[in-house]
Design a protein around this ligand. Structure first.
Ligand SMILES: NC(=O)c1ccc[n+]([C@@H]2O[C@H](COP(=O)([O-])OP(=O)(O)OC[C@H]3O[C@@H](n4cnc5c(N)ncnc54)[C@H](O)[C@@H]3O)[C@@H](O)[C@H]2O)c1
Length: 352
């Protein structure tokens, strides 16, 4: 079974293998399963057969579950069955569900064991590994949370078979990003027709993408340094999500944001990697953007978590697999934005 080790104070294993869920088990005898409402019944039944939970709590799909209201409901149900301190919570679903489930495990009785079974591509290569858990506030996403690493993660590519193609392509943006910042062999593999669940080689590509995240969070769990590189493309992406009020999904926004970051990287003296990010956009076919105003986006970018009092810091690339953090002058942000918009215009007329 391909297993990846995530190090740190509490090391754990990520298993990446078709059928991994059928063979999964936990040592705790009393467990609760928190399941994504968007899953096909068969996936939930498979998890129930593996873990034998004493209760299954279904939570709303997507970010609708990352609220105090849903969290409170989940905690009350755990308390109602008297889930003990040596019990466990298992999250089954997309990144939103595993963020909520992990946070519920971190809060309940000041922390019980947590296990994660991600069911989206993004969940497998990003959200489920690394220990960040949390919910949203009306004021912004992920503003409440805790580092609460799972005891084990099972990434079963068979679970991805039911994923809508657009959600799969959104997750592919994070796989491609891992290629750009750390493992360039992923780039051509993502764009190949083999990059689909069930195809030969898919599992290896998935495991290699998970390995990038596992390696980074092993070395830097709490984002003191290297973990920030995982935000390549995300500074503009978060601003696009905010100004479009999430009309553009995270994965689509990351596709657009990576192309902007590649253009900025070249402007700041790095290699020209914009061909890679352009090819990814052609493959991803993200939802077309509405007209965007640089001033408005820039105001959001200035609030980015990598910003400090001296300005916004961008993750840029000297070259493939050579990320770094840099302050980018506002004139460069603006001229890069003009170029980015012009390129998107031509891409759209060719392909979108
Ligand atoms: N904790 C972290 O480090 C981290 C990292 C990245 C993103 N996130 C969070 O992850 C969330 C996004 O995760 P996501 O992209 O997985 O989206 P998601 O959780 O919103 O799921 C997308 C949709 O797919 C559905 N779905 C999930 N699995 C399915 C399956 N197997 N078959 C059919 N439908 C399925 C869900 O019900 C939902 O409608 C955001 O809340 C984001 O903040 C967390």
């Amino acid at each position: 079974m391909p297993q990846l080790e995530v190090g740190g104070a509490q090391p754990y294993t990520v298993t990446v293998e078709a059928g991994a869920l059928n063979r999964a088990s936990v040592p705790e005898t009393r467990v609760a399963l928190i399941a994504d409402a968007g899953l096909p019944t068969g996936s939930v039944v498979r998890a129930e057969q593996a873990f034998r939970p004493e209760l299954t709590i279904t939570v709303p799909r997507g970010d609708a579950c990352k609220t105090f209201e849903v969290l409170g409901g989940v905690l009350s149900r755990l308390a109602a069955v008297n889930l003990p301190r040596d019990g466990a919570v298992i999250g089954l679903g997309g990144g939103a569900t595993t963020d909520l489930a992990g946070f519920a495990a971190a809060c309940y009785l000041r922390g019980v064991a947590y296990y994660s079974v991600p069911t989206t591509l993004l969940g497998m290569v990003d959200a489920a590994v690394g220990g960040k858990t949390g919910i949203n506030l009306p004021e912004g996403k992920n503003l409440v949370g805790a580092f609460w690493p799972p005891r084990a993660v099972w990434c079963d590519p068979e679970l991805l078979g039911s994923l809508p193609p657009a959600v799969f392509r959104e997750g592919a943006a994070e796989v491609y990003k891992h290629g750009l910042i750390a493992d360039p062999s992923l780039l051509s593999r993502v764009l190949s027709p083999e990059f689909r669940p069930g195809q030969r080689g898919f599992e290896t590509t998935l495991a290699d993408a998970v390995a990038v995240k596992a390696g980074v969070v092993t070395r830097d769990l709490t984002e003191q340094g290297e973990r920030a590189y995982l935000n390549f493309g995300h500074t503009l992406a978060h601003a696009i999500e905010a100004v479009t009020r999430h009309g553009i999904s995270h994965g689509d926004a990351v596709g657009y944001g990576m192309h902007y970051a590649a253009l900025l990287s070249r402007e700041m003296g790095g290699a020209d990697l914009s061909g890679h990010t352009r090819r990814f956009l052609e493959w991803q076919q993200p939802r077309p953007l509405p007209p965007l105003d640089f001033g408005e986006l820039n105001a959001y970018m200035a609030r980015d978590k990598k910003a400090d009092s001296a300005g916004v810091r961008f993750v840029l690339l000297h070259d493939l697999a050579r990320p770094y953090l840099a302050r980018v002058p506002e004139e460069t942000l603006q001229s890069g934005f003009g170029e980015w918009q012009a390129e998107l215009g031509s891409l759209r007329s060719l392909n979108f």
